[in-house]
Design a protein around this ligand. Structure first.
Ligand code: GDP
Length: 296
């Protein structure tokens, strides 16, 4: 995914050798390498700037301890900064609610919301033995409701029938009432997304959120979005009290930089990554693995 930063830094480390401290002077080239690696991985520019500034601040004047070379000490600082940004462990899905634990999916059209509902409901059903109901409040895209119905069939969870002439807020409420009455553990609500950020739709999803009070509000974002991921994440984070992020299409050419960008902008944990089009293409996100992929 990201270029092997440590091999690049390995070269530089030789020139840093013999210094007892990391100074502005001897880390200049190393910081440039970090900056380049992050930009190549499609991390958004403002995020790269903040990140590099924070690495610099932490590194400057740091003593090079014991057996460490200055290069190793610098890599340690980069690693710490990544962990600080991304968190240490995977953040699990929070289902601690009076049933049904309601999960609202938000994101642009094509981000992968519907597909991810199929994947996640399959996981909850198979691994956690949950009784899952799914519903689509996307009344704008003709095939959206049918797409979710097919996925629900495929993974063997129940589908709540909605119709394109109904009000999306009412659909979500009705599905929640149904889920309560029929003792579902989890309700997953799909929503409409446009190709770009759209105020009318943002208002609609805010109303849905207020009506059903979900325990999880997950922002689904396409890792291939690269630099744009920042603006989309900002808009959704301002509109909704997001509880987590799902980064889709991590199996593609994307170099994963969107993970850093979205985390930096929203401060919310990435809970899962999508790694394929099929219903089994979902994995828990492990920040430490991302860090080690960056550092090589
Ligand atoms: P929605 O508009 O947000 O509901 O997006 P969809 O769920 O319809 O997904 C849009 C496209 O992205 C579909 O062709 C999906 O198969 C594809 N997709 C979703 N998640 C992934 C993923 O993790 N990997 C890959 N390769 N494709 C994905």
């Amino acid at each position: 995914m990201l270029d092997n930063l440590s091999s690049r830094l390995g070269q530089l480390a030789k020139t840093m050798r013999g210094h007892a401290r990391l100074t502005e002077d001897n880390i200049k080239d190393a910081l440039r390498e970090v900056r380049m690696a992050l930009l190549e991985a499609d991390v958004a520019l403002p995020v790269v700037k903040d990140f590099v500034a924070s690495v610099k601040e932490k590194a400057m004047g740091q003593e090079v301890l014991g057996s460490l070379t200055p290069g190793q000490a610098f890599i340690g600082v980069v690693n710490d900064s990544l962990t600080e940004l991304m968190g240490k462990q995977n953040d699990a899905l929070n289902l601690a609610a009076v049933p049904p634990a309601t999960i609202l999916m938000a994101g642009l059209q094509g981000a992968g919301k519907t597909t991810t509902i199929g994947k996640l409901s399959r996981l909850l059903k198979n691994d956690q033995k949950k009784k899952v109901l799914v519903v689509s409040a996307d009344v704008y895209r003709p095939a959206a409701i049918e797409q979710l119905r097919l996925l629900a069939d495929q993974v063997g969870v129940e589908f709540y029938q909605s119709n394109s002439w109904e009000d999306p807020v009412q659909i979500a409420k009705d599905a929640q009432d149904y889920a309560k009455k029929h003792f579902f553990d989890v309700l997953m609500v799909d929503t409409a997304g446009r190709l770009a950020i759209d105020e009318v739709l943002m208002e609609e999803i805010q109303k849905i959120h207020a009506a059903i009070n979900p325990i999880e509000t997950l922002f689904v974002v396409d890792a291939m979005q690269g630099q744009d991921a920042v603006n989309t994440a900002k808009a959704f984070d301002e509109a909704l009290p997001l509880t987590g992020v799902i980064l889709t299409k991590m199996d593609g050419d994307s170099r994963g930089g969107a993970a850093l960008s979205v985390r930096h902008v929203t401060g919310k944990p990435i809970k899962f990554i999508g790694v394929g089009e099929k219903v089994d293409g979902l994995e828990a996100f492990h920040p430490d693995r991302l860090a080690s992929r960056i550092l090589g």
